[in-house]
Design a protein around this ligand. Sequence first.
Ligand code: CA
Length: 229
Amino acid sequence: MASEMCILVVEDEEPICELLRYNLSKAGYRVNLAGGVAEARASIAADKPDLVLLDLMLPDGDGLDLCRWLRRNPDTQVVPVVMVTAKGEEADIVAGLELGADDYIVKPFSPRVLLARIRAVLRRRSVEPVSADAVISRHGLVIHPGRHEVLVDDQPVELSATEFRVLHCLARRPGWVFTRSQIARAVHGGDDVVTDRSVDVQIVALRRKLGPAGKLIETVRGVGYRFKD
Ligand code: CA
């Protein structure tokens, strides 16, 4: 039940804190507040949250450092982190996702969208990751890793080895935003050398070959790509 869940809000702007506290409490979450990095660490040590909402610009430090600390600490390694950022902080979003943050939301946000995002992150965290050789079937697209085969509406689609790896990487975790370098690292070892930039080229080719199913690969502007949830 949502009522069991504790969310730590790390945010120094009072009005945003209040907005978050009000909406999260109304949605049945227990809310802890921290106004900075040090307070957040103390709060986590005293009462481990089920999810951290993390502002990136904090008075006593950088939210990204807190994210790095959460991921390094065995106790908090898997605690979901949703970054709350201002517009135009794409570089920070990318850095945060690469540090292992689960998702982000850009200010100003609607409480409804924020709650949906939090629920989606908590749901995805509770789902076992698809094993590397499991068949994936979503929205009419089927991926057979063992056979290196992709079907769209039962029709086979010819993909290069690298295109296949890119698609597989995204489709294994629908709804997750992947940065270009996360994709490049995931597909490393294919025939082609994949750089951050060439990920875009792979995606263009993939979408073209997948036809109507190409829209399942969504562009997250300034950040990367995700497979439709
Ligand atoms: Ca701030």
